[in-house]
Design a protein around this ligand. Structure first.
Ligand SMILES: [Fe+2]
Ligand SMILES: [Fe+2]
Length: 172
């Protein structure tokens, strides 16, 4: 067994080999390092520019909303596997929100519940819209970030959310 650490969320993974993606935040495994070599972005105190601060707050709003939305969709899911998928998506988005609070050194805001459709198909469509929007936003935020760690964060998130779109497309 080895100890690995994800440089994006800072969470540790114990296993024989590193996973293909972080089980907590979904980051690709090029961000997962042996514990001795990992430099988690949440463990470095850095100056954050005004533009990145603004973009991180928008990210926090988006991720907490996605979390609430996916919890709603999990509740409406007609099959266990869809429910399980949305519960996992909700946890991943919450993890993204937690990373933002650590980067900004702020408390997690109260998360308001969201409404969603009764039908899986409508929720899949809504999920793709949400994730498409996130990918576009994080692409923009990556280019606006001057801090290497913040750029790394938005770049990693962009890949994770694009992966969520691929996943949902399996069900369309
Ligand atoms: Fe992670
Ligand atoms: Fe996310």
């Amino acid at each position: 067994m080895k100890l690995y650490i994800c440089e994006i969320c800072g969470d540790a993974y114990i296993g024989g080999e590193k996973p293909t993606d972080c089980p907590f935040c979904g980051a690709r495994n090029n961000f997962i390092k042996l514990a001795d070599e990992a430099k988690p972005i949440v463990n470095e105190k850095i100056e954050i520019s005004e533009i990145s601060k603004k973009n991180l707050l928008e990210t926090l709003a988006l991720e907490t909303r996605a979390n609430a939305m996916y919890l709603c969709m999990a509740g409406k899911a007609s099959e266990y596997k869809i429910k399980a998928m949305y519960k996992r998506l909700a946890k991943v988005e919450l993890e993204h929100a937690v990373i933002v609070t650590k980067l900004l050194g702020i408390a997690m805001p109260e998360i308001k519940s969201e409404t969603c459709a009764d039908e899986n198909s409508e929720n899949f469509q809504k999920t793709i819209e949400l994730e498409d929007h996130a990918v576009e936003l994080y692409k923009k935020f990556t280019s606006e970030a001057t801090e290497p760690n913040i750029r790394k964060f938005f770049g990693a998130l962009m890949q994770v959310e694009a992966g969520h779109i691929e996943l949902i497309k399996n069900y369309l």
